[in-house]
Each structure stands twice: as C-alpha cells, then as structure tokens.
Write a protein that binds this ligand. Structure first.
Ligand code: F6R
Length: 366
C-alpha cells in the first residue's frame, strides 16, 4: 500500500503533482478563465463584502492560512487575520455578524478548530471549511466550503494535504479577487495559467530528489536549523522548520528573514545551517542581503532558489532549485524541497518518519 515507496510520507510527497491536479480538476479552467467552486459561489456576496476574514487552524494548516492571509489581502483587498484555533476560542474574540471565517483542517476533527468555529457560528459568522476528510466534523459544522481532495494522508506529518490546502485557498483568492474587481483581468488570467502549471513544476522538483538527499546527508548532524523567508514565503519558512522538528527531532525555528537581526542572528556560527526560501519575488533583493549577513557570520547557507538565479547560487553553500512561477503561486512549489529535506534527514537519522514520537494524526483532545 506504500506503492513501492519506503514510507507513506515519501509516497505522499511524490503524490503531490497528482493531488494538486485532482484539486484543480473540475474547478480551474485556465483556457476559459473560470474557477468553479459552488460552496464559495453560494456565499460570494457575503465574502466580497466581508468586513474581514478570520482564518482558523492549527499546525501545518495554520501555515496554509498564513500564506492565504498574504494572498487574499493582496488580491482581494479584504482584511484577513490568521488565528491559532486554541488561542482564538479561549480569548473571548470579537466576532461580528457577517464576518467570514475560513477553517482549515486536514482531518476535519481537530478539537480546537471545531469548537472555535462552532462558537463563531453562534455569533453570526459565516463559516467556510477547507477540509480534506469528507463528511468530517469540521466539514459538517461549516456553512459551505471546498474539499481539498488530497486523498487519505497516512503519514503523521502533513505534506500533500498542505499543498492541496494552498491550492484551494489560492483558487478562493483568485475567484473572490476577480469577482470583486480588485484583481485585474490580466493578472487573473496569468495566475490561472500559473496555477494550472503547478503539477508539472512540482514533478520537476521531485525529479531532483537525489540532490536534496545529498544535502540531507551533509547537514543531518546539525543540532539546530534556522529557516528564513519574507512575504509569501515567510509561512513556508515556518512550515519547513516544523517539518524538520517533527521528522528528525532536530530543533528548528522559522522567522521572517528581516526579524533575524532582532535576536536570532546571535545564534549564527559555523555550525548553524540557515535555510532561506529565496525565490525571485518583490522581496528578493532584500532576501539576498539577509543571506549575505548570514554568510558574513559564517553560517552554513542553504536556499530554495529560482532556476537561473546565479547570484544566489554563488553565495550559498547548497541550493535547492525550483522552476520559475508567479510569486503568489511560489509557496506551493517552494515547500516541496523542504518536505524532501526533512524526510531525508529523518531517514538518515533512523527516525520513524511516518509516526514521529509523541504525535497523533488528528488531535481530538484540547
Ligand atoms: C504537522 C501536522 C499538524 C496538523 C495539525 C492540524 O505536520 O500534521 O501540525 O497540521 O494538527 O491538523 P488538521 O489539519 O487535521 O486540523
């Protein structure tokens, strides 16, 4: 049932070109310029006119929400907040009638997320679920939503469910931005084409897995890792760090790259690998100067970079190359090399990658 792969996690990482395609199928029609999502369509007026959108999730699903915050604010010009479900539910949050809540959950059974949306619902919010497991509690508690169609995820660490969540959230942002008129027709069409091309580009990244395995071998004995990114890639830095912690038990932290000089840079020495998510986008020049700051302090410099970025390649000790895409779509591709890096480090350290210690696939207790 592992389909010839050593672990479910590896199988699920390699399934991503297919799961992303399945998620887009029947919804995105790049040639026609349409996105069909009936659950979103049903609440279109309320979403377009929402005062704010609050995204509620935990863990990796929360990271998908953080990417979505940047994209929805950019494309839809709607105020978005991303909340840890456990914090949101206990702090007597302000919820007004007409607020739109997006709950993101692979399992659809995470207790904190479920209770948070139930109480928001009582206060008059509209709840949209972005859920993988069909018929799960969070799916049922939502007014509408969109399933991620990633299929069963067996590995405890979330991989293909995360990229499917990003795919759905990107489609929602594109659809709402276009309907609202905050997104130009030209940019909308370009982003549809880029999203349509993701399965192929994800497959390209996976074809280079041997190179990432070699990088894993080189850094597997590090005690700590730092992951840095800005803008759309900030959340991917957090997700890269979380995946490494879970799978290899190496301590890792993710930060916005520019926050580094406000504290974490004190950690940098010749033993610390620092992984930048540094693909070409509006922040790129600034990210490169952040990379130079690490290099000047003798940190080991690793980065996910865009194909053809020779400058970053010369600065870094090791690079993981991804094909070029629009900056809004890039997080979806950039996370894949980081999933592979964590997997190969975990395997090199003989960890139980499919079932890391102390973790459960769905957290149905508070
Ligand atoms: C990380 C991981 C967890 C889950 C979190 C939320 O790899 O799997 O952080 O993302 O427990 O779970 P769901 O998405 O099922 O609500």
């Amino acid at each position: 049932e592992k389909g010839g792969y050593d672990h479910f996690m590896l199988k699920e990482i390699f399934e991503q070109p297919t799961t992303i395609y399945d998620c887009l199928r029947g919804r995105l029609d790049a040639a026609a310029g349409t996105i069909t999502m009936s659950g979103i369509q049903q609440y279109a007026d309320q979403i377009i006119n929402a005062n704010r959108i609050v995204i509620i999730a935990c863990g990796t699903s929360w990271h998908a929400g953080l990417v979505a915050e940047y994209i929805i604010e950019d494309l839809c010009r709607i105020n978005v907040e991303v909340e840890y479900a456990s914090e949101f539910r206990y702090r007597n949050p302000v919820i007004n009638k007409g607020d739109v809540i997006i709950a993101i959950s692979q399992s659809g059974e995470t207790a904190d997320t479920l209770v948070a949306i139930e109480s928001a619902k009582e206060k008059g919010a509209i709840i949209l679920g972005v859920v993988n497991v069909v018929g799960s509690s969070i799916a049922r508690a939502s007014h509408a939503g969109a399933y991620t169609h990633a299929g069963p995820e067996i590995g405890v660490a979330s991989t293909k469910a995360f990229t499917a969540q990003l795919t759905v959230l990107m489609m929602i942002a594109l659809k709402v931005g276009y309907m609202k008129g905050s997104l130009s027709n030209e940019r909308y069409r370009r982003l549809l084409n880029e999203l349509d091309a993701v399965p192929e580009k994800a497959a390209w990244v996976l074809n280079h897995h041997e190179h990432i395995k070699a990088i894993a071998e080189k850094y597997k004995d590090a005690r700590d890792f730092l992951y840095l990114g800005r803008g759309y890639n900030f959340a991917i830095a957090l997700e890269g760090a979380l995946k490494l912690k879970e799978i290899s038990y190496i301590h890792a932290e993710g930060y916005p790259a520019a926050e580094m000089k406000h504290g974490p840079i004190a950690l940098v020495d010749e033993n610390l690998p620092v992984v930048f998510v540094a693909t070409k986008d509006v922040y790129h020049e600034k990210v490169v100067s952040n990379m130079q700051e690490i290099k000047a302090r003798k940190g080991k410099l690793l980065a996910v970079i865009t194909e053809g970025d020779e400058l970053s390649k010369t600065i870094c000790d090791d690079v993981m190359i991804v094909p070029e895409t629009d900056e809004v779509i890039a997080p979806l591709i950039n996370v894949i090399p980081l999933q592979l890096l964590s997997y190969y480090i975990g395997v090199a350290k003989d960890c139980n990658v499919d079932m890391p210690r102390n973790l459960a696939k769905s957290v149905t207790v508070e």
